[in-house]
Design a protein around this ligand. Structure first.
Ligand code: GDP
Length: 302
């Protein structure tokens, strides 16, 4: 339900398709496909994906494989679903067997990093995990205060920098050591979020990664990149840069509730080959949903 209501704006954008297909007949194919193309573009599926889908449908219609509007609609959904499935990749968190599992949350400021970390903590804690926060955004003074509020809200412990000049990697290392000593299941690491073009930030993320790997073999288990869904396809260059430098294991797409550009989910997966693990569909503590491709397709196309 949350996912369905979260995607209402994108669904409204795409609802024109239903009307088109209701009255579709073979001689009308070009016009209908042109309008379908327009609806997909407006919803930020991106030109590459849009052309791929529309041409697949055209071929199947001309080959007589799709004979009614409802068959075309089902084929459209199937096309999107296929584009979302990356072979061998898992949309569930992969936390390994060593304790604590370490999840690094990265992304530019304002994208929803801290909020997503808090919501993720709530979800994992409800699943029975003992969670420790690491306040690794040592760059922005208010970041650690904001994270402390989330720690309190979710009833989790937090490790913060001891001095103003403390390095992010030192905070993360300390948190993971504490996690190991005190039997925590998961350490959720916040990181600072200057622009992805900032060389120092990228260096810092690399040293954070190395620092946690020194404490627990195999850590970090997940590096989740948080991307602002309202920016649609503009998130792509940013995501590529983070992935090239740090190696992203999963995406968290936020603010999709306020966006009519939900189609960008498909482009991002197709372009980056990284699975979307969670989507943010609101500001509440329960508004982070594990990404389920089938539920997503049903939420945007009905
Ligand atoms: P950070 O700078 O990346 O840590 O971003 P924040 O977590 O502080 O989030 C920035 C703003 O986006 C805050 O006002 C959040 O409440 C809001 N936000 C985060 N995720 C979502 C979401 O999924 N939906 C909506 N509507 N707002 C969100």
């Amino acid at each position: 339900e949350k996912l369905f209501s979260g995607f209402s704006k994108t669904r409204n954008n795409l609802s024109v398709i239903d009307e088109l297909l209701l009255y579709w007949n073979l001689s009308d194919t070009d016009r209908v496909l042109d309008e379908l193309e327009e609806a997909l573009l407006v919803s930020d599926f991106g030109p590459k994906i849009t052309i791929k889908i529309v041409e697949n449908l055209r071929q199947d219609i001309l080959a007589g494989k799709l004979k009614s509007g409802s068959e075309i609609k089902e084929a459209l959904k199937k096309n999107v679903l296929d584009l979302l499935s990356i072979k061998g990749s898992k949309t569930e968190l992969q936390l390994g067997f060593r304790k604590p599992a370490v999840i690094m949350i990265i992304g530019v400021n304002g994208g929803g990093k801290t909020t997503s970390l808090g919501k993720l903590a709530y979800r994992l804690k409800n699943g029975g995990a003992k969670i420790l926060f690491a306040a690794g955004d040592t760059f922005r003074a208010a970041a650690s205060d904001q994270l402390e509020i989330w720690a309190e809200r979710t009833g989790c412990e937090i490790v913060v920098a001891e001095t103003e000049k403390a390095k992010a990697s030192a905070v993360l290392s300390k948190a993971v050591k504490r996690g190991k000593e005190l039997g925590y299941d998961i350490v959720l690491c916040d990181t600072s979020g200057r622009l992805h073009t900032n060389y120092r930030l990228m260096e810092e993320l690399i040293s954070c990664k190395k620092a946690v790997a020194k404490v627990v073999t195999g850590a970090p288990n997940e590096i989740l990149l948080v991307l602002d869904g309202t920016t649609g396809l503009n998130m792509l260059p940013q995501a590529r840069e983070f992935n090239d430098v740090v190696g992203v294991t999963g995406l968290v797409l936020t603010k999709l509730d306020g966006s009519a550009r939900g189609g960008c989910v498909v482009s991002v997966v197709d372009e980056l080959g990284i699975p979307v693990k969670f989507v943010g569909v609101g500001e509440g503590v329960e508004d982070l949903q594990p990404f389920d491709a089938e539920a997503f397709v049903n939420a945007i196309f009905m």
